[in-house]
Design a protein around this ligand. Structure first.
Ligand SMILES: Cc1cc2nc3c(=O)[nH]c(=O)nc-3n(C[C@H](O)[C@H](O)[C@H](O)COP(=O)(O)OP(=O)(O)OC[C@H]3O[C@@H](n4cnc5c(N)ncnc54)[C@H](O)[C@@H]3O)c2cc1C
Length: 456
């Protein structure tokens, strides 16, 4: 029996494995799918490479940079200055909207400025994203960008969404910035958390997973789908009949799934909580073309309801390695709530999105060489009031069973690849501390002997 079992070999699970290796702690890592990667998988199709929607590495933590260097090598990445835009009122404006009104119709600009000036900054701790926008940006920016765009990306009532997720994801603005941005296009350098990003020179985003997997000591036990966990006997059961004991469990499974498979005295509370955890799903439509697309953007945001997608991205502008020579490729994304949307509705929206993409880019369907539709069942976690009230104690009650539920879906949050790395690193340090406190002195000596061989 290894000290630790890791469930899920996405970036969080792999980072946990890497850091447990560095601490000399034994573990086994199990994955439901046929290979590691989770959301960071790339699909090869007719000479194109499509990631499961745009996945760009935002590197602000030196530790993450070092991790990427040691596992993949920094020379394997291009560092790219973001080129993004917003399409509304038939105009392409620079990102972010709250600093770049240049080019929009005069009445829209006036509404945004007036709303900003009249916004009620005295509202204390707004409880909804809707009110948070009104406080920080005002009614005009809300109406013309924040409300319709975020409604599209979340597929949820913004008056029921808590603003806790906004943090570093929404750049702030000032009257000075707004006015300057009315007269000229403003430089995007340094604006927002994603003003520049790393992207692998070859192989799409999955290439980072391939490299990390080679740097950890244990093989990924693929095709192991966890179906039940007994936290008292500390045993995990898989659908293929395998079972495994553990001292400590790291789970990166979606929390709502984890809660339904834990067979504990408090099972009823867990199952009940699972039903309250809301998330949406995203459809990612990829298309390749044998003609140029005269747009140099990496991605464009679409707040207006006439377009079913909230974003279009351009693979060939991210990396030439993603498309065959002289070909181009586009991805579109739309979200939906699976509990409220029929499969037929999703299919119809895919068809509309394809047709609207071709219209927008003025492309003829004959130039389409490939089409690949990918489904992300868990995409954006909904920060509703239930989550705000109960998530913390829910995760704490799992910790009481020695279960660390981490990662984007394990901790039920809106987070990036950098945070997946950080979560894996933090949990390894926590486990190391706990083992040091609880392991008898004689065993520590034996462990140290083994550790020196295991450290990478
Ligand atoms: C639309 C979208 C766009 C994004 N864009 C970016 C971006 O540009 N930049 C960025 O930094 N981040 C981005 N992210 C976030 C990024 O994808 C995540 O932070 C990161 O991939 C999370 O990794 P994870 O390991 O926590 O979760 P996952 O990747 O979901 O991994 C969990 C693993 O658990 C496995 N698993 C599930 N159930 C079981 C089971 N029963 N038994 C065994 N294994 C199981 C899964 O198969 C999976 O491999 C984006 C996310 C989305 C949804």
């Amino acid at each position: 029996m290894a000290d630790v079992i890791i469930l899920g070999a996405g970036l969080t699970g792999l980072s946990a494995a890497y850091h447990l290796d560095a601490q000399g702690i034994e573990y086994n890592i199990f994955e439901k799918s046929d290979r590691a990667g989770g959301l960071l998988k790339s699909v090869k199709e007719s000479g194109y490479i499509f990631d499961h929607t745009g996945h760009f590495l935002h590197v602000s933590d030196d530790g993450f940079k070092t991790f990427l260097d040691q596992t993949i090598g920094l020379t394997s990445f291009d560092i790219i200055q973001r080129r993004s835009a917003i399409f509304s009122h038939n105009v392409l404006t620079e990102y972010p909207f709250q600093m770049n009104l240049h080019g929009l119709p005069t009445d829209i600009i006036a509404e945004c400025i007036e709303g900003f000036v009249k916004r009620n900054t005295r509202t204390k701790n707004p409880h909804t994203f809707y009110d948070w926008v009104l406080k920080h940006f005002g009614a005009g920016f809300g109406k013309h960008f924040f409300f319709p765009y975020n409604k599209k990306i979340l597929s949820y009532d913004l008056k029921k969404v808590h603003p806790a997720w906004t943090g570093r994801f929404v750049p702030s603005t000032s009257l000075h910035n707004i006015i300057e941005g009315c007269f000229e296009k403003k430089d995007q350098v340094g604006v927002g958390y994603n003003s520049s990003f790393y992207y692998p020179k070859q192989g799409g985003i999955e290439s980072i997973i391939t490299s990390i997997t080679q740097k950890i000591s244990q093989p990924i036990r693929a095709l192991h789908d966890v179906c039940s966990i007994d936290p008292v006997a500390r045993t995990v059961h898989f659908t293929n009949g395998h079972q495994e004991q553990y001292k400590t469990l790291i789970s990166t499974l979606p929390l709502n799934r984890l809660l339904t498979i834990i067979k504990a005295p408090s099972s009823a509370t867990f199952t009940n909580a699972a039903g309250h955890l809301l998330h949406n799903s995203v459809v990612n439509i990829n298309m390749g073309f044998n003609v140029p697309i005269p747009l140099d953007k990496h991605w464009i945001y679409f707040p207006e309801a006439t377009y079913p997608f909230y974003r279009l991205g351009f693979w060939h502008n991210v990396s030439k390695s993603l498309t065959p020579l002289n070909h181009t490729a586009v991805y579109g994304e739309f979200s939906y709530l699976s509990s409220r949307t029929s499969a037929d509705r999703v299919k119809k929206t895919v068809d509309q999105a394809i047709s609207k993409t071709l219209d927008f880019l003025q492309l003829n369907p004959q130039h389409k060489t490939v089409e690949k539709v990918l489904h992300l069942e868990h995409a954006y976690v909904i920060y509703d009031t239930w989550r705000e009230k109960h998530l913390h104690s829910l995760l704490a009650s799992l910790e009481a069973f020695n279960i660390h539920s981490i990662g984007r879906y394990g901790a039920w949050k809106y987070s990036s690849m950098q945070e997946a790395y950080q979560d894996g690193k933090t949990v390894a340090a926590t486990i190391k501390n706990t083992l040091e406190r609880t392991t008898p002195r004689a065993q520590k000596g034996a462990r140290r002997g083994r550790d020196s061989a295991a450290i990478l």
